[in-house]
Design a binder for this molecule. Structure first.
Ligand code: SAH
Length: 354
């Protein structure tokens, strides 16, 4: 069955055949400007609302909502309507903006050992509608607190560039209909080189973030297995080309793992790679979040700070992503992966999530 955020505007015009033409505008604005469920689009007649709700249900069933103690991070756990697979979406409020982190697949096939989603394996690609709906549902929640969504990061469960066509469909809807500009959209990839090349041919200059985590092949082969297929030299070349085509600075993500990739030598190797791009790549340091299936811990705060300082001394701009919502297991896949799905009252603390 088709779900609510799947149809394009043109598809919906067929579904609305026989209705006055302005109904399409009313519905589209209700869905993508006001983030309303059709039942609550008061400009539509009751019979039509009912028909829409029946024929085009939402694709995400809310199972659990985890809220950080200060309320600035909300993590949604959904079950997909069609086959019940769990996926997650995270809504993060900052002082003057709000960001939504969306999943692009149910599970992930990339098998990065430190990642909770990678540990749980792959179920299926998400459709464009299932990706778009995550943004709409988060925006609906934000609207209740008079907040607007400013940024979308494709950094939830899954590998966006293994599902590029559906992800691109979502980018177009989010850009064209929800109205978030390309510079506020970021696609994060494990480093699928053909996907980066496809992205470079797309018309909008979205931000590219690459999960590097190691700057030499021997270590990256271990941490990010897809590196064996697309080694660093190839990956870097595709980043250079993306930068050249899109004129958008590339970001490298680096989860700092104690004693594994946080030495001075690692920082120097990383800086070398960054400086091969012009302007040099920006580094986003993420202290590793612990996951059940990976024994190593994140670097100490002192080590994170020293690593960041060294990068800066070497001429590379680096920021540290504070571990938002650690107590609600907000890192990729931690809420959905490998645990029975239950409805739990909020707030949920990290030690409650097994
Ligand atoms: N598959 C994509 C996007 C999803 S993961 C990618 O690999 O980029 C989003 C980011 O979270 C990636 O940089 C990923 O490496 C990182 N990540 C995954 N598990 C983590 C953990 N346990 N601690 C810190 N970062 C993690």
């Amino acid at each position: 069955m088709n779900t609510l955020y799947e149809p394009t505007r043109e598809d919906l015009s067929h579904i609305l055949e026989g209705e006055p033409r302005y109904r399409l505008d009313q519905l589209w604005t209700g869905l993508y400007t006001h983030f309303l469920h059709p039942n609550n689009i008061s400009t539509l007649p009751a019979a039509l609302r009912q028909r829409l709700a029946q024929n085009l249900p939402e694709s995400l069933i809310e199972v659990k909502r985890a809220e950080s103690d200060n309320g600035d991070t909300i993590k949604f756990l959904w079950n997909l309507l069609h086959d019940q697979h769990p996926i997650e979406t995270v809504l993060m409020y900052y002082e003057n903006r709000a960001t939504v982190c969306v999943s692009t697949q149910a599970g992930c096939a990339m098998a990065c050992g430190f990642c909770a989603t990678g540990q749980a394996g792959f179920n299926r690609h998400l459709t464009t509608g299932e990706i778009v709906e995550q943004v709409v549902r988060a925006a609906r929640e934000a609207a209740q607190h008079n907040r607007r969504i400013d940024n979308i990061v494709f950094m939830g469960m899954g590998e966006p560039l293994a599902n590029e066509p559906n992800v691109w469909g979502a980018v177009e809807r989010i850009h064209g209909d929800i109205g978030i500009s390309a510079r506020h959209l970021t696609i994060s990839t494990v480093g699928i080189v053909p996907g980066i090349r496809t992205l470079a041919t797309r018309p909008l200059p979205v931000n590219l973030a690459v999960s590097l985590h190691a700057a030499r092949n021997s270590l990256r082969d271990e941490l990010v297995p897809i590196n064996k297929r697309y080694p660093l030299e190839m990956l870097l070349q595709s980043c250079k080309d993306y930068l050249y085509t899109k004129n958008r600075r590339v970001t490298f993500e680096w989860a700092l793992i104690d004693g594994v990739n946080d030495t001075d030598q690692d920082a120097r190797e990383l800086a070398d790679l960054c400086l091969q791009l012009t302007p040099s790549a920006h580094v986003n340091l993420i202290p590793l979040n612990p996951t059940p299936g990976w024994p190593t811990v994140g670097s100490s705060p002192a080590r994170v700070a020293a690593f960041q300082r060294l990068l800066r001394d070497l001429g590379v701009n680096a920021t540290t992503r504070n571990n938002r919502g650690t107590e609600i297991a907000a890192a990729c896949g931690q809420l959905a992966a490998g645990q029975p799905v239950t409805v739990t009252p909020k707030p949920i603390r990290h030690h409650d999530i097994k």
